[in-house]
Design a protein around this ligand. Structure first.
Ligand code: AMP
Ligand code: ZN
Ligand code: FE
Ligand code: FE
Length: 284
């Protein structure tokens, strides 16, 4: 069964994806993905529905989330994986992060208004069940014709240093690792290519691993074969967990499909098995 695949990174309407949890699980089934992990930004609220649907149609689900951390002044994403959908010790922290998002979204809308773009908080909030952010604001700007793409919204208005940018509270890497591990979870560095040149990876890992990082997302929709190789070697050398994910978002990132990424992505199911062992979950 070496052809069995998993996908350990994806989003639903609870954050900035466009598939509901049930639709997500159905897509996994269609694509022949045996095990998925749901990793919505700053929320665990889609997990329960994913587990119920997965049980119903025969897709195994692992609980997860994706946190934004402030590392050397840049935003970096940390995936957290958990033994089950209830993670009480993390809920308060996540609620705080989402409250920070809400007040920031309001400020961004005010800035856009001052720039002559009428984007209301309620229009933005209608696009997600729970964890609302700049991708949703960008979608409203696109729908109203203020920009011709989400990328343009970020490049001209919403990105760091642009006129409608507002900073938000982010955790430090160490805080995120501690919060995830205190909840019995495993922290993993998401899509390392976004961090900077891979030449700096060793230096980054020298810092993050002693702080509690336990794994690297080596296999990812946008990693080249060479990049994947470098990351796998780094993980192997340091005894870190290897994970892989598509970062599926549905219609807002149509070029990336669940389980198969841009088409060539293959994430061996053995990675899900290893993650489950780390989480103290039995083999299926
Ligand atoms: P937020 O969490 O609200 O700060 O929004 C960050 C999210 O916006 C990231 O996870 C990306 O999905 C998206 N994003 C950031 N920069 C860009 C960009 N230049 N173009 C499109 N999407 C972006
Ligand atoms: Zn996302
Ligand atoms: Fe991410
Ligand atoms: Fe993601």
């Amino acid at each position: 069964m070496s052809q069995e695949r998993c996908d350990l990174h994806m989003h639903t309407t609870y954050s900035d994806g466009t598939f509901s949890p049930a639709q997500l699980v159905a897509r996994a089934k269609e694509r022949g993905v045996k095990t998925i992990a749901l990793t919505d930004h700053d929320t665990l609220s889609g997990l329960e529905e994913c587990f119920v649907e997965g049980e119903k149609i025969g897709v195994e689900v692992i609980a997860g989330t994706e946190l934004s951390v402030d590392y050397r002044g840049k935003t970096t994403h940390i995936l957290g994986y958990f033994p089950g959908p209830q993670v009480p010790s993390l809920e308060e922290k996540l609620a705080r992060l989402r409250a920070g998002r809400d007040s920031r979204n309001e400020k961004i809308c005010q800035k856009l208004c001052a720039l002559g773009m009428e984007v209301t908080l309620s229009e933005v909030e209608a696009l997600a069940e729970e964890s609302v952010g700049r991708p949703h604001i960008a979608q409203v700007m696109l729908k109203k014709g203020y920009v011709s793409s989400v990328k343009e919204a970020f490049d001209r208005f919403l990105g760091k240093g642009k006129p409608a940018y507002v900073a938000r509270d982010r955790l430090l890497p160490r805080e995120s690792f501690e919060a995830i591990r205190e909840a019995g979870g495993v922290p993993v560095l998401a899509h390392p290519i976004f961090l900077g040149p891979l030449e700096e990876l060793d230096e980054v890992l020298d810092e993050l691993v002693p702080w509690g990082l336990e794994g690297i997302e080596c296999i990812y929709s946008l990693h080249s074969a060479e990049e994947t190789e470098v990351l796998l070697r780094a993980a192997r050398e340091r005894g870190l967990l290897v994970t892989g994910g598509s970062d599926f978002h549905g219609a807002v990132k149509p070029e990336i499909d669940l389980g198969v990424g841009k088409g060539e992505l293959f994430i061996p199911h053995a990675l899900a098995e290893e993650l489950k062992r780390r989480l103290g979950l039995g083999r299926s």
